[in-house]
Write a protein of this length. Structure first.
Length: 252
């Protein structure tokens, strides 16, 4: 005879209380998001950019595999692995993935990893915490860890609206963060060739021309500007469609 599990007298009320609590917290987050969005709209920051990400089916996985194919014996580093969707798709034998929560091969923050790392890499992908300060440190450290002629790529460089890049981030909408500020720093960094491919929320790609290149620091002028600065200046960035970028990715 199969035994049936009968819930205890306290299990059902506990589940109900838990459900109500989660629903309440979700409503609070949604209300906070809409208040912030409304405040920005009243300040004239309701601008939107239609990047039309669905116009191409290529994403960061396709781009990183094009770069990996340039050097099949190269070493790969990924910062921010999450569920390993990208990490498991890179066909290189030497792979290091750094994430403090899940995925990859090293359970640590990127700051802790770079503080003790002595290995050099041919290809690095940065997709960790998307705050400006963290992306700046990750790119600066990656430039020290890359071999001459190597490539560094970064995810989420092109926000569509103010809330996608607002700090702190909201769980209500996709969060791109403020890595876009590093793109303007790269425009003033010597010894690199830099483009942003208009796929998958913007994938920044750095071709390292000179070893020892140091990322320009614009934390002073860029510490305060938010989405209005990006909206007014994004056309200064070296944007490229997939078709425009592909020859450069393959042969540069």
């Amino acid at each position: 005879m199969t035994r049936m599990s009968i819930p205890s007298s306290t299990s059902l009320p506990s589940r109900v209380i838990g459900f109500v609590h989660r629903a309440y917290q979700k409503l609070r987050r949604e209300a906070a998001y809409h208040r912030t969005a409304a405040d920005y709209a009243r300040q004239g920051q309701g601008w939107k950019i239609d990047w039309n990400w669905k116009a191409t089916h290529y994403n960061r996985i396709a781009l990183l595999n094009v770069l990996a194919a340039r050097n099949p014996t190269g070493a790969y580093l990924e910062i921010g692995c999450f569920k390993n969707d990208l990490f498991d798709s890179i066909p290189l034998a030497v792979k290091v993935g750094v994430d403090p929560v899940q995925g990859g091969t090293v359970r640590a923050t990127s700051d802790a990893f770079f503080a003790t790392n002595t290995q050099k890499f041919d290809l690095i992908f940065i997709d960790g915490l998307h705050t400006y300060d963290q992306v700046h440190r990750d790119v600066a450290n990656a430039l020290k860890a890359i071999r001459p002629g190597g490539w560094i790529a970064m995810h989420d460089m092109l926000p569509s609206n103010v809330m996608e890049q607002h700090e702190p981030y909201s769980e209500i909408t996709a969060w791109v963060g403020q890595g876009w500020k590093v793109a303007f720093e790269l425009l003033q960094t010597e010894g690199v060739d830099f483009k942003i491919v208009k796929i998958d929320h913007g994938v920044g790609v750095i071709r390292v021309l000179e070893p020892g290149s140091e990322l320009a620091d614009l934390s002073g002028p860029l510490g305060g500007p938010q989405f209005p600065y990006f909206y007014a200046n994004y056309n200064r960035l070296p944007l490229a469609t997939w078709d425009e970028a592909l020859p450069w990715l393959r042969t540069a």
